[in-house]
Design a protein around this ligand. Structure first.
Ligand SMILES: Cc1cc2nc3c(=O)[nH]c(=O)nc-3n(C[C@H](O)[C@H](O)[C@H](O)COP(=O)(O)O)c2cc1C
Length: 205
């Protein structure tokens, strides 16, 4: 997705298109819907992510706008997310298995459950970009209430929502939500995240 409304990403110019063009849209077009073929493709991207020991400790609750699952989520959004999330075409609620079930079945290496779910979610968001869709992940909702209402077992942990849809008209929403996506996009410099020779010694090309 290429969107001229979005702020520049210094240093990202040469990334592969779908990484370069990804950003967290906060103004979704509220009439757009995702069909089941599109939803399945997004889930396939998540499904085919790598994971520790191929444990695949991830789960997704699919909540198209207007569905009962969507209604549950909307009732428990944080104030900051209650303006923009409802307009997205669908939300994928992400869940990680962090402990064995009562029969002892669970992730081989629970230490990596969050890592694996995050990677699976990232694959979903990049697939969304490749499909001309926008995705915005969010943690601001009552995880316990959503998990309970949707019957998530206690050995699974509700983590985030991924709102997916297409970009809408910023002039059609509350200025607070329109402003949210105009904020400067900031990243730490490589010297603060990439080291060589020892921790704290910046990698240099
Ligand atoms: C785990 C996680 C939780 C997030 N929670 C929220 C949230 O509750 N509300 C929100 O508006 N954005 C949320 N975001 C989006 C981030 O703020 C956003 O990814 C970050 O500012 C970088 O912007 P970009 O995605 O456009 O590059 C979350 C992102 C992640 C990965």
């Amino acid at each position: 997705m290429s969107d001229p409304l979005r702020a520049p990403m210094p240093g990202a110019e040469s990334l592969t298109d779908h990484l370069r063009d990804r950003w967290s849209v906060s103004v979704f077009e509220p009439t757009h819907t995702l069909d089941d073929t599109e939803i399945e493709l997004l889930l396939r991207a998540a499904q085919w992510a790598p994971s520790a020991g191929n444990g695949q400790p991830w789960g997704y609750l699919v909540a198209p706008r207007g569905s009962a699952t969507h209604d549950v989520l909307l009732a428990h959004l944080s104030r900051g997310n209650s303006g923009w999330v409802p307009r997205a075409s669908a939300v994928f609620i992400t869940v990680a298995q962090t402990a064995p079930d009562p029969d002892g079945n669970g992730p081989k290496w629970p230490t990596y459950s969050y890592y694996d779910l995050g990677q699976s979610a990232a694959h979903l968001t990049i697939q969304a970009a490749a499909m001309g869709l926008a995705a915005h992940q969010f943690a601001g909702f009552d995880h316990a209430a959503v998990g309970e209402a949707l019957g998530v077992p206690e050995w699974w942990q509700v983590m985030t929502g991924i709102a997916v849809g297409v970009h809408g008209d910023p002039a059609s929403v509350d200025p607070v939500d329109a402003e949210r996506e105009q904020r400067e996009r900031i990243r730490k410099p490589l010297t603060e995240i990439a080291y060589a020779g020892g921790w704290g010694q910046p990698w240099r090309r």
